[in-house]
Design a protein around this ligand. Structure first.
Ligand code: FES
Ligand SMILES: [Fe+2]
Length: 379
């Protein structure tokens, strides 16, 4: 985002504060079945988690030749590596002989991948280099039996994969204007600090609903982060299928009457990018938090996240600074996790006919519209 864009957003929010309002659109009625229907769940899995670009790793995990990470949260075993030529690759993490998961470590460094079952060996470029007792496989074309490739790209410090071998991936076209905005925050050069994983018992869309509005902050986060933020004031923009949310901090009021040339968006607001279908990127003053949500059964989700910081911490003081920020974020998210687990309990049985999205919970409403359209267009 250029500086004029930052000033425009800050001005919009200051106007909202002045007029004691927030950005609003139409309200929404939300059928409970969208969280409970197994048919809907299967469709979401087969469309959103097969055919869309998903964040599977952080670029700094794959900066060195030979480095690899594995990812299992989409239901498809994925292996991503940087080969000795420096190229980024993603493969199905599956041996072509009898289907063994090839690599089980979460991350590491390897010049070759040897299957633990019968020893078929793949190069770091995915080629099948060696079949033990090859005389037994006259029908196998070794050149055509390398690891199956998946589309992969690096953008904004993140690694994006479509877990479908037949698909293509144009990440700039997919992210649209968000690509440049994220790059402008310098995320490409950032490194991963403290990856985080968790599993919770609520439908995956409930935790995204919670992160797509700030109406709840004053109440649900009253003992932790609420004191920092304006109550229920924001700027919400749709870049379909994505959205951008601005949650102003109380410090924004200090900007009134000051020289706009000195205004800095990150100092006075949390900027949240929701990248459809499942990733939240929260831009803070000196770092960004990333959390991707993956369904794990209809009433469960897994979260994979981490903190992107400008450089490796040089000393204990830096480590403690980042550790403190890490704690604030995940403590607040823990409150959201507990709240949406409570929602899951509240809607169990499906007898509440529908729920409500306010005029200022539009981003959650938009998210469900996008899910509905994506699932429908794939039928
Ligand atoms: S399953 Fe991998 S070598 Fe047999
Ligand atoms: Fe929250």
């Amino acid at each position: 985002m250029d500086h004029q864009g930052e000033v425009d957003l800050l001005t919009r929010v200051l106007d909202n504060i002045e007029q004691e309002t927030t950005d609003m659109t139409e309200p929404g009625i939300s059928p409970v079945a969208r969280y409970l229907d197994p048919v809907q769940y299967e469709r979401e899995m087969s469309v959103l988690f097969r055919d869309y670009p998903l964040v599977v790793a952080f670029a700094s995990q794959l900066s060195e030749p030979g480095s690899f990470v594995t990812h299992d949260l989409t239901g498809v075993p994925i292996l991503v590596n940087r080969d000795r030529e420096g190229l980024l690759n993603a493969y199905l993490n599956t041996c072509r002989h009898r289907g063994t998961k090839l690599v089980c470590e979460e991350s590491g460094s390897a010049r070759a991948f040897v299957c633990p079952y019968h020893g078929w060996t793949y190069g770091d470029d995915g080629r099948l280099d060696h079949i033990s007792h090859e005389e037994g496989f006259p029908h196998v074309d070794r050149k055509a039996s390398g690891l199956i490739r998946l589309p992969v790209r690096q953008r904004a410090g993140l690694i994006w994969v479509v877990p479908n071998p037949g698909s293509s991936l144009d990440i700039d076209a997919y992210l649209g204007p968000m690509a440049d905005e994220l790059e402008a925050f310098g995320l490409s050069d950032h490194v991963l600090f403290s990856p985080h994983r968790d599993r919770r018992t609520a439908n995956w869309k409930l935790i995204l609903d919670a992160n797509l509005e700030n109406y709840h902050v004053k109440i649900a986060h009253r003992d932790t982060i609420a004191f920092m933020f304006e109550d229920n004031v924001g700027a919400f923009d749709r870049f379909a299928p994505h959205s951008r949310l601005l949650f102003p901090k109380r410090s924004i009021r200090q900007l009134k009457g000051t020289d706009r040339a000195s205004w800095k968006l990150r100092e006075h607001a949390n900027v949240i990018y929701f990248i459809f279908p499942n990733t939240i990127i929260l831009v803070e003053p000196d770092h960004a938090m990333v959390a991707s949500i993956f369904p794990d059964g209809i009433a469960g989700f897994k979260v994979q996240g981490g903190m992107l910081i400008p450089e490796e911490p040089a000393n204990d003081k830096a480590r403690s600074h980042w550790g403190k920020n890490y704690g604030i974020f995940w403590n607040a998210l823990e409150e959201d996790f507990q709240m949406v687990e409570r929602v899951q309990k509240g809607i169990a049985g499906g007898l509440v006919p529908h729920l409500h999205f306010a005029r200022f919970e539009q981003c959650a409403n938009w998210f469900h519209e996008e899910v509905g359209q994506a699932v429908k267009s794939a039928l």
